[in-house]
Design a protein around this ligand. Sequence first.
Ligand SMILES: [Zn+2]
Length: 344
Amino acid sequence: MLSGTVISGEDMVALDGYVVIKNGIIKEVGEGRERGHFEGIICPAFVNAHTHVADSIAKDPPFMDLADLVGPGGLKHRILERAGDDLLIESMRFSAEEMLDSGTCAFGDFREGGPHGVELLLRALEGLPIQSRVFGRPLGTTADIHPACWGIGLSSTRDYDRDFVDEVVSIAKRSGKRVAIHAGEAGRDDIEGALAIGPDILIHLSRAERSDLRDVADSGASVVVCPRSNLFTRAGLPDIAAMLSLELNVCVGTDNLMINSTSIFREMELLSKAIVRDDRQVFMMCTINGARALGMAERLGSIDPGKEARINVFDRNSRNLRGSLNPLASIVRRAEPSDIMLRI
Ligand SMILES: [Zn+2]
């Protein structure tokens, strides 16, 4: 049993109480003073809704334009093409372990390199207690999708021939796979084309205007914002207040490993201080909303009876958190991986 301040339910309500766990499943969440085996601030583990973990072989390149960095033929793709399988597998495994160490229990990855690239990621994740949704990217003009992929993960529509995109999307949908695509990052001109393919998930939308966001709301797609990535590439910061007012499902990704660490803590601090100023919404974006976008909300993303116990317990007496006036605000605005005293 865990006790203390529980950030409970899908609305992330803080209550003084306890959580009973049996065989890895949350059996009971209650209010009141019970003394658990661990006392602290009990939170659902994070969901990182958008990564490119293979980039971790080339961290922190010089500052450069988005197209030169990650566009077709750009630095990232030149480095990835040259990399051997063993190096890629080792690097992706380290990235997944780093996510676990910083309190993340699930992630959605855009895996380039066609079916072979997906195979390498699956090998990298073998035996790790992290859950993943893999979005494969077709190679060149072959619409070949690895069966283990949950979906396809496309670059901007401006990077492809339109007929090819239509073919890949129709094959993906026929085989029950989700469609995720970058849009509204380098400009807003690719948002309309992205919506035309009927996506399940749109990545970025940092350049989207309110009229674009209304169209996104009508489409029912989830949105993954990546604010640290947007700062690096100077893509502007997304209008999350407008997204939330339109009731979009907004979640958070750390995007390319070459640009950012996988730490959700760094995204939460930036989001709450510079963009949204609503700690509860920020926390939801990094947990339950991500689980919804990745089709995992039935089993994780919040502390509710029946869900898997994927939980971080924070030490309320750590030097960093001691003196907090509001546990949830402190987790969002200042917590670090070192404040986690127990990860389940
Ligand atoms: Zn991305």
